[in-house]
Design a protein around this ligand. Structure first.
Ligand code: SF4
Length: 393
């Protein structure tokens, strides 16, 4: 493994010999058994050539596991996973968007462990095991926080994250009132800022969380995904993890969900995941309004009804989330995927809203959104009457 010290202004010699540490045979915990993550298909999605790592993250057991998986990658020491000038805030990186997502990893230590209340999709938003993603959904809000191409940052202090969650779960006690998140369990979203199925191509953070939740009878993990990772079928979640496959019409997905598993593959995987012990829900999201959207969604829903077996339908619920876009993201997307913006950027149908962090977000105008949601509810009632909508937003 080649090693480059931090390129931050004012940085000194590397804090320790990362080369020696990464190369020490038998020093790192053994990587888990080969699986899909070692397949040619997985390596096409993630061919890591560059790892930016905080020293403490690289030195941790999880960090060493990850470094051992990519012995040919160049290791670059960084002071903070939040401040990597060549990745974040670098307008030039828009032109290398896909390559950065495929070839770059960041390792960091999550300093602040906070569980936030939610109440819509989940009761709680857990401190996630990652931030950033190797997939390239054009509308993704995750790059908004770090800026530009935002490859996977994995947090290596997964034991600390799980210990924090264990304390939080214990403090809640049993859930006494059913709500839209779940009738009986406190639901924790563990994938707010990434895709846990993709993270599992790199390390065991997702596996560790799934295994932790199966021992907490009052709680349930939940994450949305656009990627089918068969390795997750081996984790024995015992119904304490809800996987939510995100769906949109195939034509929209081909234009907007770049690098993801095809939508029909996600649907076809639902029964496998149910049989492996997951609860399987669906996210109808984002709903992108364009000429003919109603017909496209009706076709998708009819396909769901045709192919899903009764046991999947019996337990399935869904969320509906209308597109939210963002002015800065629009400008960036124009540089690497302008065709996607033809569908996403429709100012005549959208209104702006300044978010708490000052970003200018765009949503469909209130009347347009209200009518579209009513139409989608009708389509669900007609074509997939077994599919309860947990919430629509
Ligand atoms: S899968 Fe999720 S986190 Fe990854 S790019 Fe798509 S929307 Fe973003």
């Amino acid at each position: 493994m080649r090693h480059r010290p931090s390129s931050s202004p004012g940085s000194q010699e590397p804090l320790f010999g990362l080369d020696a540490m990464a190369a020490a045979p038998g020093d790192a915990p053994p990587p888990s058994a080969p699986g899909f993550r070692d397949s040619a298909q997985a390596r096409r999605l993630l061919a890591i050539r560059e790892i930016h790592a905080e020293p403490a993250a690289a030195a941790s057991p999880r960090g060493r596991q990850i470094l051992a998986r990519f012995p040919d990658a160049t290791l670059i020491e960084v002071d903070s996973h939040w401040r990597i000038p060549e990745l974040h805030g670098n307008e030039g990186s828009a032109d290398r968007w896909m390559r950065i997502k495929r070839e770059t990893l960041v390792l960091g230590v999550k300093k602040t462990l906070t569980t936030r209340p939610n109440g819509r999709s989940a009761d709680w938003i857990a401190p996630g095991p990652s931030n950033g993603c190797a997939l390239s959904c054009v509308y993704c809000y995750v790059p908004r926080r770090k800026g530009f191409a935002n490859p996977i940052t994995l947090f290596t202090n997964i034991d600390g994250i799980i210990a924090h969650l264990g304390r939080h779960v214990a403090a809640q006690g049993p859930k006494t009132e059913p709500n839209q998140c779940d009738p009986a369990a406190w639901v924790y979203d563990i994938g707010e800022n990434g895709d846990c199925s993709v993270d599992a191509l790199v390390c065991d953070n997702t596996a560790d969380l799934v295994r932790a939740f199966r021992d907490w009878p009052t709680a349930k993990a939940s994450f949305a995904t656009k990627f089918v990772n068969p390795d997750l079928l081996e984790l024995d979640p015992r119904r304490r993890t809800r996987i939510r496959f995100s769906l949109m019409p195939a034509d929209d997905s081909r234009l907007l969900d770049l690098r993801t598993s095809p939508v029909d593959r996600r649907i076809a995987a639902a029964a496998d995941f149910l049989d492996a012990g997951y609860e399987v829900h669906f996210n109808l999201s984002p709903v992108v309004l364009r000429p003919g959207w109603q017909d496209a969604w009706a076709e998708l829903l009819r396909h769901l009804d045709d192919v899903l077996p009764p046991r999947v339908k019996q337990q399935a619920r869904c969320e509906v989330i209308m597109l939210t876009h963002n002015a800065d993201l629009h400008e960036v997307n124009l540089r690497w995927h302008p065709r996607g913006e033809d569908a996403l950027w429709r100012p005549a149908a959208q209104e702006t809203k300044r978010s708490q962090n000052g970003a200018l977000n765009l949503r469909y105008r209130a009347g347009i959104k209200r009518r579209a949601l009513a139409e989608l509810r009708e389509l669900v009632a007609r074509h997939t009457p077994w599919l309860d909508i947990r919430y629509a937003f």
